[in-house]
Design a protein around this ligand. Structure first.
Ligand SMILES: NC(=O)c1ccc[n+]([C@@H]2O[C@H](COP(=O)([O-])OP(=O)(O)OC[C@H]3O[C@@H](n4cnc5c(N)ncnc54)[C@H](O)[C@@H]3O)[C@@H](O)[C@H]2O)c1
Length: 378
């Protein structure tokens, strides 16, 4: 049993994701022998109602409307920055310049140029920075990653990495910042879901070197605050057909799919890869199943494996229990804080700022491809 060090976290942006972190800290005792013990001690959000939510959370000592106070504070060890995309650049760059360690939400800047400036600031800084992407921490996703990384696919044929939900299928759903170019970014759904799809392929070294994009803006207006229709000008769905360039071997076909309107899918993250020697499939729609392909006695066999509740960082929960979204967030934070403490070992790491920038380069190529109706180089 190791003695855990306290880590004081300041949350900038106390919305949906900021609140999730309080839940993560509450479930922390499930982790076995983790080197740190985090708690949220400060929150910055200009919205009084967002700040109020944290008032009764044990350990929260400071609530402020001004994020600069948290960046300047020596009473905070780590920042979690989870704000609308047009604010990423200013806050991330300021945190990096102040040498503050932080986990930043994706897409890590509203566009590629912003991401380039943020990553340059991080490269000049001593801050330890990673980017939020929790789905690869599902046990089945980790097993799929390990399988692909082992070379078991052989000569890779096709890869599909996707994230589909349908929260936008209801045309009467009110507008919000994620549905406006001004606040979400021109990349639209790719900014919202794209890094989740890019993280595993990029970690495997599968860089897209050519991108052909089909982008769809299906719902062009949504009810504004008073019910009057206002422009909903972001891309709803994006299908990127990429020529992937692996570190060794032949180029192959890789699809990155991000959809806010995928009928029948509430929140489905998936990774499929097939090659000449093997194949692997995992989807959060069937989180207890990992599928693997093999030739057996001349027959083509897809077999099912149950990865169980076996996480990157060990947990007290039973290995036969089901793993879910809250567990993925817990594992991502366990990974980030262990890596910061130099204790991650060979476990899977949270997305890096350079991976987020590589993803932005692909999304930028997708925008150019959509305009020119031709493949583009990221
Ligand atoms: N990793 C994931 O699964 C996941 C899921 C949803 C959203 N996100 C990302 O998290 C980030 C936040 O999204 P969300 O869904 O929590 O949004 P949200 O709208 O629920 O919360 C954003 C919060 O930021 C606050 N804010 C606005 N201006 C601010 C400022 N100047 N200083 C401090 N706070 C400010 C808002 O008042 C709001 O409370 C985005 O980058 C989004 O892409 C990640």
């Amino acid at each position: 049993m190791t003695t855990a060090t306290d880590v004081r976290i300041g949350v900038i942006g106390g919305g949906l994701m900021g609140r999730e972190l309080v839940g993560v800290c509450g479930r922390w005792p499930l982790l076995v022998d983790h080197p740190v013990r985090p708690r949220v001690t400060a929150v910055a959000d200009p919205a009084p109602a967002a700040r109020e939510w944290f008032r009764n959370s044990a350990g929260v000592e400071r609530l402020t409307a001004d994020w600069h106070e948290l960046v300047d504070s020596d009473d905070i060890d780590v920042l979690y920055i989870a704000v609308p995309h047009q604010l990423h650049e200013d806050i991330y760059a300021a945190a990096a310049e102040a040498g503050r360690d932080f986990l930043g939400e994706k897409p890590f800047g509203i566009d590629m140029a912003a991401a380039e400036r943020v990553v340059a600031a991080i490269d000049r800084s001593s801050a330890f920075v990673r980017v939020s992407s929790e789905f690869p921490f599902y046990p089945g996703a980790l097993r799929a990653y390990d399988y692909a990384a082992s070379g078991a696919l052989g000569d890779v044929l096709d890869v599909r990495s996707g994230f589909w939900h349908s929260s936008d299928i209801n045309r009467a759903k009110p507008i919000n910042w994620k549905r406006r170019v001004e606040t979400c970014g021109e990349i639209g759904v790719m900014g919202d879901l794209g890094l989740h799809v890019a993280h595993v392929p990029l970690r495997l070294g599968w860089q897209p070197r050519l991108v052909y994009a089909r982008l769809d803006d299906v719902v062009s207006e949504r009810p504004g605050p008073d019910g009057t229709p206002v422009a909903c000008d972001t891309w709803d769905n994006a299908l990127l057909t990429c020529t992937a360039h692996p570190p060794a071997g032949r180029d192959f076909t890789m699809l990155w799919e991000t959809r806010r309107i995928a009928p029948g899918h509430a929140n489905t993250w998936f990774f499929d890869a097939v090659g000449m020697d093997g194949g692997v499939r995992f989807s959060t729609r069937e989180p207890t199943i990992l599928r693997r392909f093999a030739m057996r006695d001349g027959e083509q066999v897809w077999e099912e494996v149950q990865p169980g509740n076996v996480s990157a960082w060990p947990v007290l929960s039973g290995a036969i229990f089901e793993f879910g979204f809250a567990d993925a967030l817990l594992q991502m934070w366990a990974s980030y804080l262990a890596e910061r403490a130099g204790a991650l070992g060979d476990r899977f790491g949270t997305a890096t700022p350079h991976e987020a920038l590589s993803a932005h380069r692909v999304f930028d190529a997708a925008l150019r491809s959509q305009r020119s109706e031709s493949p583009q180089v990221p």
